[in-house]
Design a protein around this ligand. Structure first.
Ligand code: FAD
Length: 388
């Protein structure tokens, strides 16, 4: 180890990678074009750390199960050194509002992370009236994402540089990371700038969608509530007199301003499954808008970046010789992207995967869940579809 590594993007994805690399003895420079860390999607004050509830084995189930355990371990270690304010172990109630969760609820009394409960038991756990049955997820909770990021940035081996807008990456035995008027050299680079990876030539081919999201902060009217309640959206318990209600999913919208009308719609939506909640429009204190980057298969993109240009021309040969040694990768170039709505669940896991890869690049990704996250999966699928 002991490499000089640049990470682009000081959101949760980039900061987790920077932290893990620093912990393993590397010197990390973390660049962000904003003046502060956590200026993108990671700026929401509270994120729900909620496992993925599933019964049938799938890549997603395996990734999110690993991710949940990894995040819990990371947050536990922070608590162990006396920082008790980042993770609120509230537990969460999942009311099955959608078809997938309804099927899950009808066919399982217990899942890996959740247990089916009637409305009376759920009301006791939540400290408020819940009128429908659902799952109780004991280990879930609320994470103060910006505080988590600031805590990791205290690591001595991380040099955080704000106001650095990366525009270009060049390889010449080392990586040269360029802005309009500066450049930084590194042995390896991790791109963790969410949807803005499009502006960098090496990663621009990675597919995905930018999805606007808004959360609303409301004055606490339910001070007895002590667990997160998820239905069609989520509501947190009160912290410092404010509850967070989230989140909208707005496809094709680019507006950064908090939309008051949307705040009211979110309140109304929550009241449809939590009828006892009686917030008034004047209870909306404010809100926040962020942009998630979501991939076509909804899983994050984590791994070494293949050379898109060379792989395209390799065509059928790339499929038939689909072993890691036949894939042309950029040396020392990695991504942690596409964390969508589940960054608290996937960013620490992504950081560990990348640190392993950077440690020992010769070792193939290996396990099935890691392969499900590799950037190259999109090319593999596209090539297979065009060569049925
Ligand atoms: C409204 C909303 C609610 C959410 N709720 C939850 C939740 O309850 N639970 C949960 O787990 N997740 C939630 N999420 C998702 C979570 O916020 C994201 O998964 C996570 O924050 C993604 O982190 P990131 O680092 O990938 O992206 P970001 O936090 O967006 O970070 C990317 C960073 O890259 C920087 N950057 C971009 N381009 C460049 C460049 N060229 N040069 C330098 N820097 C650059 C940006 O300034 C930014 O700081 C929510 C998201 C939204 C929007």
């Amino acid at each position: 180890m002991n490499q000089n590594i640049i990470v682009i993007g000081a959101g949760l994805a980039g900061t987790c990678v920077a932290y893990e690399l620093a912990q393993r003895g590397n010197q990390v420079t973390l660049l962000d074009r904003a003046a502060q860390p956590a200026s993108g999607a990671s700026g929401i004050p509270m994120g729900i750390l909620m496992p993925f509830l599933a019964d049938i084995d799938s890549a997603a189930k395996s990734v999110y199960a690993q991710g949940f355990q990894t995040s819990l371990n990371w947050l536990q270690r922070i608590e162990d050194v006396g920082e008790g304010n980042i993770f609120e172990r509230t537990g969460a109630i999942q009311i099955p509002r959608h078809r997938r969760l309804k099927r899950l609820f009808d066919s399982n009394s217990e899942l890996d992370f959740g247990v089916r409960c009637g409305s009376t038991a759920l009301s006791q756990k939540a400290g408020i009236q819940i009128s429908e049955p659902g799952f109780w997820v004991m280990q879930a909770g609320c994470v103060r994402i910006p505080d988590w990021i600031r805590w990791m940035l205290q690591h001595q081996a991380i040099d955080f540089k704000p106001d650095v807008d990366v525009t270009e990456l060049q390889w010449d035995k080392k990586w040269r990371v360029k802005t309009r008027n500066r450049s930084f050299d590194a042995d390896a680079v991790v791109i963790a700038n969410a949807r803005d990876h499009l502006s960098l030539q090496q990663s621009a081919w990675l597919p995905g969608e930018r999805v606007r999201g808004q959360v609303v902060y409301v004055k606490d009217r339910t001070s007895t509530m002590n667990a997160v309640v998820c239905g069609d959206g989520y509501v947190t318990p009160s912290f410092d007199g404010i509850q967070v209600i989230g989140a909208s999913f707005d496809h094709g919208m680019d507006n950064m301003n908090v939309n008051r009308h949307q705040n009211l719609l979110m309140l109304k939506r929550v009241q449809s499954w939590l009828p006892d909640f009686q917030w008034q429009p004047e209870d909306c204190v404010s809100g926040r808008v962020g942009f998630r980057f979501s991939t076509p298969d909804r899983l994050p993109i984590v791994g070494q970046l293949p050379r898109f240009d060379e792989l395209q021309s390799a065509g059928e040969r790339a499929i038939s010789h689909f072993d890691p040694s036949s894939i042309p990768y950029y040396e020392g170039l990695y991504v942690s992207l596409g964390h969508a709505s589940r960054g608290t669940l996937t960013c620490p896991l992504a950081a560990e995967i990348l640190a392993d890869l950077i440690d020992q690049p010769a070792i193939a990704p290996g396990s099935q869940f890691k392969r499900a996250l590799e950037p190259i999966r999109f090319l593999r699928r596209a090539l297979i579809q065009s060569n049925p």
